[in-house]
Design a protein around this ligand. Structure first.
Ligand SMILES: Nc1nc2c(ncn2[C@@H]2O[C@H](COP(=O)(O)OP(=O)(O)OP(=O)(O)O)[C@@H](O)[C@H]2O)c(=O)[nH]1
Ligand SMILES: [Mg+2]
Length: 183
């Protein structure tokens, strides 16, 4: 059974879990959509306006692991206070490193990695967090455009899955990576 566990914004509120797979990415790249697509359920809120997911949401996946939906980065926070709170919340989350089996970093395949994405990648590398990169929204690209973007925007090809959360394309590639990471 797949079920929502809790929303949290600070360490004290995070649930007791063993293994987590966390979905990160800029606002609006389709984190919540990919989660819904992977788990075939409307678990996470999908929105038209960026910045919809404000808290960290935890979902229990068949008692096997916990899927985690975090708010998007690169979204213009309303105030400096809000930006600091967001950074603290993310640091709190990633400090529970031993639980995190895989970070799924979602990007827009039409755009590739932005500066924010590169910063996130650096953060993951420096904290030695295991991750894969997903290029989402490939339904918006022709085969030719996709081929070009793969070469232009994505260097570490083995570590990238090009998918469409909306059209359910190549989702099995992400599933396989998650399965491997969970063991
Ligand atoms: N064409 C297309 N649109 C998509 C795809 N995945 C998501 N979208 C759309 O992109 C928008 C944002 O999707 P969300 O899943 O809410 O994105 P998010 O990353 O969770 O956004 P925040 O919670 O705001 O950070 C929605 O309008 C989705 O319908 C996709 O594969 N293809
Ligand atoms: Mg979301």
């Amino acid at each position: 059974m797949i079920r929502f566990l809790t929303s949290a914004k600070s360490k004290a509120q995070f649930p007791e879990t063993e293994k987590e797979v966390v979905f990160v990415g800029r606002s609006n790249v389709g984190k919540s959509s990919l989660i819904n697509c992977l788990y075939k359920k409307d678990l996470a809120y999908v929105g038209k306006t960026p910045g919809k997911t404000r808290l960290i949401n935890f979902f229990d996946i068949n008692g096997e692991y916990t899927a985690v939906d975090v708010p998007g980065y690169g979204y213009a926070r309303r105030s400096q206070k809000e930006a600091i709170e967001f950074a603290d919340m993310m640091d709190d989350y990633f400090s529970r490193k031993e639980k995190i089996r895989l970070v799924v970093m979602i990007t827009d395949a039409r755009i590739g990695l932005t500066n924010d994405d590169e910063d996130m990648k650096e953060y993951l590398d420096s904290h030695e967090l295991p991750y894969i990169i997903v290029g989402n929204k490939i339904d918006k690209l022709s085969n030719n455009q996709l081929m070009n973007n793969k070469h232009k925007f994505y260097k570490d090809k083995e570590n990238v899955a090009f998918v469409s959360a909306e059209k359910r394309k190549n989702i099995d590639q992400v599933e396989n990576r998650i399965r491997k990471a969970i063991g």
